[in-house]
Design a protein around this ligand. Structure first.
Ligand SMILES: [Zn+2]
Length: 161
């Protein structure tokens, strides 16, 4: 086992981070988990063969988490340098929708009509931009989402929890 120079470890960390960023959320196939703000840390051992990925769950108990961890592992292990990949779900910091990148926000709104709750609890319609969005029921299509209704354009929208 050879010890990589600090420069090659650095470039390997970048490759691992790129591999992690190529993993998409199973529920929102066009949104990467990096854009969702799930990726908190990417580290590689000095020898370069063990990668450890620290992820933050959007909603604990969400069934997609297992799939995400499996996909991350597969993507990282596809790099020839990496022999072992540990995926850790970190207890903190707590995920908030402020961790989403603008790209994720745009894709969620445009392709999935998913709306994010503002800090004041308000909702803005991703279709027409109105604030007249009312919560319908807490039982959404999955435990990670709930359904709301826009009174302005009369469309259902999904709320990401
Ligand atoms: Zn609307």
């Amino acid at each position: 086992m050879s010890i990589l120079s600090s420069v090659s470890v650095e470039s390997l960390v970048q490759s691992v981070a790129d591999a992690v960023a190529s993993v998409h959320d199973p529920e929102y196939p066009d949104v990467s988990i990096a854009d969702l703000g799930l990726v908190e840390s990417v580290t590689v051992s000095e020898s370069g063969d063990v990668a450890t990925i620290g992820l933050i769950p959007t909603f604990s108990g969400c069934p997609a988490l297992d799939m995400i961890a499996t996909d991350v592992e597969a993507a990282v292990l596809a790099l020839t340098e990496v022999q072992q990949c540990n995926v850790e779900w970190l207890p903190g910091p707590v995920w908030t929708n402020e961790r989403l990148t603008d790209r994720a926000r745009t894709t969620l709104a445009d392709e999935f009509t998913v709306v994010l709750r503002r800090k004041d609890g308000g909702l803005r319609c991703p279709i027409c931009g109105s604030d007249a969005v009312v919560d319908q029921s807490l039982a959404g299509p999955t435990r990670c989402r709930s359904v709301a209704w826009c009174d302005s354009c009369r469309n259902p929208v999904e709320v990401m929890r």
